[in-house]
Design a protein around this ligand. Structure first.
Ligand SMILES: Cc1cc2nc3c(=O)[nH]c(=O)nc-3n(C[C@H](O)[C@H](O)[C@H](O)COP(=O)(O)OP(=O)(O)OC[C@H]3O[C@@H](n4cnc5c(N)ncnc54)[C@H](O)[C@@H]3O)c2cc1C
Length: 500
């Protein structure tokens, strides 16, 4: 089988990359090792309730945003009902050691006003912070279609100040520091390792708007699949790319599978975890220093995730998205800390009432390390030993207690329906380490670029630009821009914008 392009991995970035290429006239094969596309994002049903897994909400996909423009251009949004948060707040941060809570309003101007109202002694710094977030976002070429592609300042990303340093040099207020670092949980980089610019790519669009998708991750993937089909992408499921194939003269020729079958394509976009790419390329393809760099990329944390139901209407009590901050603050990099000292994100949605009891479903995400379940690492899902099951029960109970310690009225009213550990994430996510967001985008780490030193081989995915729906979209456009031309692709988006 011969194609113009092959895309390896059919997660959100692979699907988006394949649609872009196919839409622009290149015959494209999309290759996925699982039996379905985007296994991380599909969600699951338990006890009659649908629970999301790798997608809950996203910033920067509201009407008029660049993210939405990309989804429109790809023919995805026409299959989606994107619901932008129009309540007067999106996220709430609550601290254990006091009754202090902060509700994030929708809109960056509104956020600035509310921060000034809560922290009147820090008005100058708040101004600087907001300006810096806006400035950084304006430099990212696919977030700002008019930004010069050369302005992506990789060095600034790698060598800049950490978010924690930036804040501690400018304010002594621990609550303000915590409010402005809490969204580090969204890309899995603790504030002390988080570069200000990478943080800006995450929070800039998120501060501006938060959108949900009716039907959750499952509906999102269905829309991507429809768009892929409409644009003529050929999807190959249950196909694990096991090697990249090169001609005798060293040119990239395609990819091969276990059974000896091959797909020929002179352009390949790999969206799999970069360390896994190293397992399918010839040993001497890259320079040893590049090999080492990729194989030793520091990973984002994994997680303990509790899927639960509540008899109390959490939406009314809390809202849609809650961050619980322990006395130690937001630093979630040290996993010798008990879970009670880690910040936890709780996503809340309405549920159908069942026998007039359940009002809400919720998902609690607690950062964790794969090392915490290392001793059961070789066991198989569904057949894990008793010790593991007891460990799971213990963490699950403590997470419910954790929630209750902030909201005593929930005692006896919240219930766990399912619980996953880093071993579960390892099975479902594309990361061999069970990490939530692939390789960390942190200071002092050079993540691989979309373009490699091998002609025809490009990279996309959450480890390349940023995690999340928007990060994967931008990474797909950057990778495809190397094949189709960045100016051409950004031009096509601009034209689309004017015509719509
Ligand atoms: C708990 C959790 C909650 C999240 N919540 C949100 C959220 O609310 N909003 C948001 O925007 N993002 C969220 N994310 C992040 C988001 O899910 C990811 O950033 C995104 O799905 C990553 O997509 P990807 O395509 O880069 O990688 P992946 O989804 O990992 O895709 C890689 C694909 O490659 C396949 N593959 C691997 N090796 C091979 C091979 N050799 N051959 C063929 N196929 C292969 C894998 O099976 C996988 O399907 C969340 C993530 C987690 C874990």
């Amino acid at each position: 089988m011969t194609y113009d392009c092959a895309v390896i991995g059919a997660g959100l970035s692979g699907l988006a990359s394949a649609i872009i290429l196919s839409k622009n006239g290149l015959k494209t094969a999309l290759i996925e090792k699982s039996s379905r596309t985007a296994p991380l994002v599909r969600g699951f049903k338990r006890e009659g309730h649908y629970f999301d897994t790798g997608f809950h909400h996203a910033g920067g996909i509201n009407e008029g945003s660049t993210g939405r423009l990309m989804l429109d251009y790809l023919g995805i949004s026409q299959h989606l009902n994107v619901v932008s948060s129009n309540s007067n707040y999106t996220d709430m941060v609550r601290f254990r050691d006091s009754s202090f809570e902060f509700r994030f309003p929708v809109g960056i101007k509104q956020l600035k006003d509310r921060l000034e109202q809560f922290f009147p002694g820090d008005i100058n710094f708040i101004n600087r912070y907001i300006n810096e977030i806006n400035r950084q976002c304006s430099l990212l070429p696919f977030l700002n279609l008019n930004a010069d592609i050369k302005t992506m300042n990789i060095l600034e990303n790698v060598h800049g100040n950490s978010l924690a340093d930036f804040l501690s040099h400018n304010t002594d207020n621990p609550y303000l520091q915590s409010v402005l670092t809490i969204h580090s949980l969204l890309n899995g980089v603790p504030p002390g390792e988080q570069g200000l610019n990478n943080y800006a790519y995450i929070v800039g669009p998120y501060y501006e708007s938060v959108s949900y998708i009716e039907g959750g991750g499952s509906a999102l993937v269905a829309a991507y699949e429809k768009a892929a089909k409409e644009n003529g992408v050929d999807i190959f499921l249950n196909r694990e790319a096991q090697k990249l194939i090169f001609s005798s003269s060293g040119e990239l020729k395609g990819t091969g599978f276990k059974d000896g079958a091959e797909i020929n394509a002179k352009n390949i976009i790999s969206t799999i975890h970069p360390s896994q790419l190293m397992n399918i390329v010839p040993e001497n393809l890259f320079r040893p220093s590049y090999n080492k760099r990729i194989k030793t990329l520091d990973e984002t944390p994994s997680a303990f995730i509790l899927y639960g139901t509540s008899e109390i209407d959490l939406k009314r009590l809390i809202g849609s998205n809650l961050y619980l901050v322990p006395a130690d603050g937001n630093n979630f990099g040290d996993f010798s800390n008990p879970i009670e000292n880690r910040p936890i994100n709780i996503i809340i949605s309405n549920a159908d009432k069942k026998e007039n009891i359940f009002q809400c479903i919720f998902i609690m995400i607690c950062p964790a390390s794969i090392n915490e379940v290392e001793q059961w690492g070789n066991s198989i899902r569904g057949k894990r030993p008793q010790g593991y099951l007891e460990f799971k029960d213990n963490i699950c109970r403590r997470m419910l207690d954790y929630f209750v310690s902030y909201y005593p009225e929930l005692k006896g009213k919240i219930h766990a329906v399912d619980f996953s550990t880093p071993l579960t994430l390892k099975d479902y996510s594309g990361s061999p380490f069970g990490s939530m967001y692939g390789a960390k985008h942190r200071i002092e780490q050079y993540n691989p670029f979309p373009m490699t030193s091998i002609k025809g081989l490009y990279l996309a995915g959450q480890s390349i630009v940023a995690p999340g729906l928007l990060g994967t979209l931008i990474s797909a456009f950057l990778a495809c821009g190397n094949i189709l031309g960045h100016d051409y692709l950004r031009g096509a988006l601009k034209v689309w914008n004017q015509e719509e």
